[in-house]
Design a binder for this molecule. Sequence first.
Ligand SMILES: [Zn+2]
Ligand SMILES: [Zn+2]
Length: 399
Amino acid sequence: MRAVVLKGVREVAVEDVPDPVIESPTDAIVRITSAAICGSDLHMFAGRTLAPPGLVLGHEPLGVVEEVGSAVEGVRRGDRVVVPFNVSCGVCFNCRRGYTSACLAVESDSAGGAYGYVGMGPYRGAQAEYLRVPFAERNCLKVPGTPGDEWEDDFVLLADVFPTGWYANDLAGVGGESTVAVFGAGPVGLLAAHSAILRSASEIYVVDGIDERLAKAEELGAHPVDFRRGDPVEQILALRRRRTSGRLAPGEEKMMGVMCGIEAVGYQATDWNAPSRENPSVVLEDLIRLLNPTGRIGSVGLYVPNDPGGINPHAKRGEFRLSFGKLWEKGLSLGTGQTPVARYAPMLIDRIVRGASKPSFLVSHRLPLEDAPMAYAKCERRVEGYTKVILAPGMERSR
Ligand SMILES: [Zn+2]
Ligand SMILES: [Zn+2]
């Protein structure tokens, strides 16, 4: 079969690799109809992880079950399924508590596994014609409709980015009437803002430095904040002051920030103070400054313990300076980590099917699998509107 293979720094190729086969009676083989490129794939593409050459990439699959192992009863050949990026067993201590992102039964360096990801186990990636799905009853989530229908680009976002946007809201404690700041308007940031709107937040600020992303945030109903115009924290505080002037009780001026902060950027963050420079902790520092006492931060942008391209010896080991004293003084909570997708996807499937959400608003391109090298290069440079790309193995290349 054809698959997207990491070849080196800023180099991927579409190559022939062996077809996956049923290795365990609990496996299924899924024929992929859509597989998205994720921001976290781009860290590997850019050489900013220890991902080895030869890795088949991709962890955001939607497809149709082609074959199941003898122990699989809950899904059948022909079922249309979305596959959460977490490989999980469903029955270990962490899976039973809902933390499928920290499954103890998958073979990886830490708790939790994923397809096509460095350090997350031996599971081959999903940017391919077929994918082997372990523990298929747990990891194949059935969705309605047929391949290529009006939900194709929505359902594929349930493998990672939509549940991750929703999870960020959980970590940040977003509910009705919340004030929310989302840093980063890539796919996860935009879906975090979209989720905050679905959760009836009252004020949502979205910080980024790319025009088309800020425009999308505004279309959603959030306040766009352009960090190229200066300190995003000061900009949000100024907007908040205008909104609340004349109606504050004594002492409430100490609550001029927001209650909920979402970090959707990760370690390759741009420093608004010096846009040519990377600063892996700038967003967390901004959130510590911006949040009101007792507020909560949800950090879902990717951080890694080994970064060959880190800006200094500490950053190479995933160590950053952080104003922990201020965070503690304010009594802030900081939630981090990968999303347990299986906990959220069924509820989000319902929202999509009943027309209450159309997350595919952020899909910019749907391309044949063979176009992956071009798509990776453009996504990484964030050019020509390449925000969220879906690779479609069955799609013919135009000439
Ligand atoms: Zn992803
Ligand atoms: Zn488990």
